[in-house]
Design a binder for this molecule. Structure first.
Ligand SMILES: *Cc1c(COP(=O)(O)O)cnc(C)c1O
Length: 365
């Protein structure tokens, strides 16, 4: 059994990279998740060989046998993190070791092989090093890294696969919302839940997203941007959005976010904001918040702001909440002051424009 280490990465340059002039023209307005770089990382796993053959090679389509396990039973997990260009020209990752840990925890929940955390971080560093020219030189621009892993064993029996393929691709992205974050409206799903106790809610797996799309379509039909889910047991407590955690800001300056506990994805943005808020002297609590409390507090003015957070869109104000029982606004329906301040603090650290007291930035030479 061999254990791949950081030093073993082979490199095969893309023989036909996108010409620099074409690439730079695209980087002016990259959108989100449609523009990809020249390379990708692959690492293979088998029960017999362990993790082996780490490669940085040309980005290319996969060839999979139609009986590959992931195509049938969805044994798949992923991560999302960004590389930023700092004002001093260096490139940095934000807390990649936290993504590495979560990836391993997701793997364990899905009965998949656990990628060593240092190999995860090194795979990201390797890809960013070769494709750093793909970071858009625009406000809010970043390289969005998408590590993921699939069960690659060719077998239709239902069991944890004995072979896995880990891949990292990178996408040049702009600001999720141009000109800062407008506020979004969210639909309170009544018929659908995202995660149940004992389920996979805390794992970042594609299956959770597949299961969320019907609710998301319903939200769009109802004229909303996103779904917010209630807990699956009492159908009362606010949990999170389909792909973002949620925070509430009260008139006395207190912050609240629903507690983790197996049904909520432990967001790294969520955790970072909890730390920044405490650093700023705000009182923060991880405590349940019921939808009826939310409605009442929004009406009374006790609740001032609410926002969603995650790597892709950073911090996004929630302006309106709709459900079959009606629609209500939060504050004046626009971005709030505390939300704006927290967002600015986080972005300043990510961009190397503010001190980084917690050592969250990892520079890439
Ligand atoms: C990825 C994700 C988040 C946000 O996590 P970050 O680490 O902050 O990007 C929140 N909720 C769900 C369901 C997610 O998949």
């Amino acid at each position: 059994m061999t254990a791949a280490s950081a030093l073993d990465f082979r490199f095969t340059a893309n023989p036909a990279p996108v010409p620099a002039s074409e690439r730079d023209a695209k980087l002016v307005d990259p959108g989100f998740g449609r523009l990809f770089t020249d390379h990708m990382v692959t690492i293979r796993y088998s029960d017999a060989q362990g993790w082996h053959d780490p490669l940085v090679g040309p980005r290319a389509p996969l060839s999979l046998d139609p009986a590959t396990a992931v195509l049938h039973y969805a044994q798949e997990i992923f991560e999302g993190l960004k590389a930023y260009r700092l004002d001093d020209g260096q490139v940095a990752l934000f807390r990649p070791e936290a993504n590495a840990r979560r990836f391993r925890e997701s793997a364990r929940r899905m009965a998949m092989a656990e990628l060593p955390e240092e190999l995860f971080v090194e795979s990201i560093r390797q890809l960013v090093r070769v494709d750093r020219a793909w970071i858009p030189p625009i406000e809010g621009g970043a390289l969005y890294l998408r590590p993921f892993m699939i069960a690659s064993e060719v077998f239709l029996g239902v069991k944890p696969a004995s072979e896995y393929l880990y891949i990292v691709i990178a996408s040049s992205v702009g600001a999720y919302f141009k000109g800062g974050a407008p506020s979004i409206s969210i639909w309170v799903s009544q018929d659908y839940t995202r995660a149940a106790p004992g389920g996979t809610g805390a794992a970042k797996c594609g299956g959770n997203y597949a299961a969320s799309l019907a609710a998301q379509s319903e939200a769009i039909r109802e004229g909303c941007d996103q779904v917010v889910y209630l807990d699956a047991v009492e159908r009362r407590y606010v949990e999170e959005l389909g792909g973002m955690n949620v925070f509430f800001v009260f008139e006395d300056g207190r912050l609240r976010t629903p507690p983790l506990g197996g049904t909520i994805l432990p967001g790294i943005t969520r955790e970072s904001l909890l730390v920044l808020a405490r650093d700023a002297g705000l009182s923060v609590e991880e405590a349940p918040y019921a939808i009826d409390e939310w409605r009442a507090d929004a009406a009374s003015g006790r609740l001032r702001e609410a926002f969603a957070c995650g790597t892709a869109a950073v911090v996004t104000p929630i302006g309106h909440v709709a459900s079959p029982e009606g629609r209500f606004a939060i504050g004046n329906g626009g971005p709030g002051a505390v939300t704006g301040k927290l967002r600015a603090q986080l972005v300043a650290i990510q961009r190397g424009q503010a001190p980084d007291p917690h050592g969250w930035l990892q520079r890439i030479d």
